[in-house]
Design a protein around this ligand. Sequence first.
Ligand SMILES: [Zn+2]
Ligand SMILES: [Zn+2]
Length: 134
Amino acid sequence: MEHDWINPCAGVECYSCMWCDGGLEMCRNCHAFEGATPDECPQKEMDWQMADLVYKGIINFRDGNWYGECAQVMRPVYDLDNYMAEHGYIRDGLNNAGNPKWSKIENGTDSIPVPIHEASVPGSINRNEEQPPT
Ligand SMILES: [Zn+2]
Ligand SMILES: [Zn+2]
């Protein structure tokens, strides 16, 4: 089942919370948001610990079951090399800024996917302050 995305801001758009301001959405059914989003919706509210395990790339829900694997949304963080390889790129040293350089391999796709750096994923900063409003 797919997630059912809503703006959970008390049902009203205030334009001053992280949901309205950041354009974030949360799943109505499992409360997934951002990196704590399994591939498919478990249709049941995840508690904080489960959401955290999804966020850390440890568990994922698909095909009606939980698996000990990284959800697609977090693969650019936890499974970056495989993720890039599937898009036709391999790691090729570092650029001047010290970030990984990626070289296209044969049969690679035309456009390079932009890897998400962990620090740029909202929710990695302080989960305690970023809990969805209840
Ligand atoms: Zn709001
Ligand atoms: Zn969901």
